[in-house]
Design a protein around this ligand. Structure first.
Ligand code: HEC
Length: 298
């Protein structure tokens, strides 16, 4: 076989492979910059706690428009008093041993999709079995990204805290069926948060992806934007990637070139559920625009 025919055959095979995957071209992640964000075990610190001056002196700054990140992120880490966070005052059920850990985030987009990649080492030291799922499957790890609608109260300042209230299930004394919600929610008016989640399954089998939103209540389905969520676990080191269409249906916040969107992430490790996750403060994602996490255009 001469060199020329070999090359032609190779190209034909390549073109076939590309068209079989349609328009989705995942970025070359080795070329996409990383932004580390620290997630932490938030205990019982819902929006009502954050906004009560006797509990949290940061309220005064929040009322003036300051952000959680502005006060709490220092030198790439968080300045929380983790002993206080892990104590009975803020965590009556039981805190994990690893109170915080970094997640490396990468983002890219093209004309159709946003690509997000989260890399982290998942600790396996959650407290009391009380916070474990009763029914199968017991997902070892879940990773979620929440985009916050621009009209959500304190969207730019508080991120996911906009959905976190003291009467939501797993908060002390709360109704076990009440899910998270946004105050004054409206799906038409961008007063909701949109989220996508990857769940690992159990023992490396049965992973699940979710595309939901939080308005008057949390709805963990119906989203049309998530194309796929994939995850891999290499000895406790997780890499989770999301491919999300820029626009979807109801409950999918529309994204576009130049947009800056508030967001937060949540990681459930060691089979935890509900509020027993590690969460980020509220950051911004920019599509080709300056933000905490800048998605580069493909
Ligand atoms: C103006 C600065 C400021 C802002 C803005 C702010 N905080 Fe704080 N925060 C503080 C200070 C100061 C403390 C220390 C305890 C205290 O004085 O209440 C604190 C304490 C905390 C604690 C308890 C752990 C500790 O170190 O005591 C949590 C949790 C917390 N803040 C979360 C948040 C969240 C979430 C937001 C955004 C919704 C936020 N904070 C916004 C200043 C701020």
């Amino acid at each position: 076989m001469n060199f020329h025919s070999c090359l032609t055959r190779g190209s034909a095979a390549l073109i076939f492979a590309l068209s079989a995957h349609g328009a989705i071209a995942a970025p070359d992640w080795s070329k996409v910059p990383k932004r580390d964000i620290v997630v932490f075990s938030p205990g019982v610190t819902p929006l009502e706690w954050v906004m009560k001056k006797s509990d949290h002196s940061g309220r005064t700054g929040l009322n003036k428009g300051e952000t959680c990140v502005g006060c709490h992120e220092e030198k790439g880490g968080l300045n929380f008093d983790m002993k206080r966070m892990a104590g009975k005052e803020l965590e009556p059920v039981g805190a994990p041993k690893t109170m915080s850990f970094p997640v490396s985030l990468q983002a890219a987009y093209d004309k159709d999709n946003l690509y997000l990649r989260l890399s982290f080492k998942a600790p396996k030291d959650a407290a009391a079995g009380a916070d474990r799922e009763e029914k199968a499957p017991k997902h070892e790890v879940k990773a979620a990204v929440m985009l916050v609608g621009a009209k959500v109260p304190m969207a730019m300042q508080a991120g996911c805290w906009a959905t976190c209230h003291n009467d939501v299930r797993s908060m002390p004394g709360a109704d076990p069926n009440k899910k998270k919600y946004v105050s004054g929610a409206s799906l038409g008016g961008e007063v909701y948060t949109d989220y996508i989640q990857w769940k690992s399954g159990e023992g490396g089998k049965g992973s699940v992806q979710l595309d939901g939103h939080v308005a008057d209540t949390r709805v963990n389905k119906d989203g049309k934007a998530l194309v796929k969520a994939e995850g891999e676990n290499k000895g406790g080191q997780y890499v989770v990637t999301f491919t999300r269409k820029l626009t979807g249906g109801e409950g999918d916040l529309p994204l576009a070139d130049g947009a800056v969107v508030p967001f937060g992430i949540a990681i459930h490790t060691d089979q935890t559920i509900h509020r027993f996750h590690h969460v980020s403060l509220g950051y911004t994602l920019g599509l080709g625009a300056n933000a905490d996490l800048k998605a580069s255009k493909q």
